[in-house]
Unconditional design. Sequence first.
Length: 276
Amino acid sequence: MRRNNEERLLGGHKPKPSEEAPQMQNPMDFVAPTEWVSLPSMGRYPKGHPLEGKDSIEIRYMTAKDEDILTNRDLLKKGLAIDRLISNLIKDKSINPEHLYVGDRNAIMIYGRTSAYGADYKTKLNCPNCGEPNKCVFDLSKHEVFHGNSFDTEIIQITEDATFIITLPLSKIKVEVRPLMGFDELDMIKNNKGGVMKDLVTKQMKRFVISFNGYEDEKTINYVVDNMVATDSKFLRDCFMLISPDVKVRNHFECRECGHEQEVNVPFGADFFWPE
């Protein structure tokens, strides 16, 4: 006598009435997991900022919908893809990604990319010497964190507003500065015509300087920056690097064409989030 389908599939064993088949989870109940990412700034934000005094931020894993952002031509053309992605990954929607320090944004980007595609980032870099494209592999797990607090307090003073006062060595002008934020990056990208950033030194300084001797107007800032002697300019930029929280991934670069060698930082762009 032929066994019915149920008997054949169960090897001749019929479940007793009390035995119930295991219930499969409804796939719509799945929620992308989250993790807490350490902030290089350690929460050194102005008073009232959602991250003031907080040393980490809750970030969720990337989804296929997030990947759509990185293929959106309109967002890529406007330089908004990364900002939109960071906004999606942040769990607390009261946090505006444009008002995050660049270093904290970089930490979020490294976490987002690593959780999605792993720590190996394969990309191409143009040789700084001859321009030849070279394949390069970055290990994102080997990153350096800079908290922006390793400076001489006799040279750089921090204020209650999370800004910094620096006295220039030659002119003795007191400069109030702040670390760059997301909106600074976006503005510089928007003004980057033709893919080449012109006047990079002065444009960056005009972004992070708040005032000179208390004068905060744009006319004064532009004039002082443009006419600052190189001694003071370099000193100011060096101090700015010391107070800027960041996370960096470096790699040794050797051009296969001309043999040029140097240490390079991982480039952050939309293609940073795509595997090779």
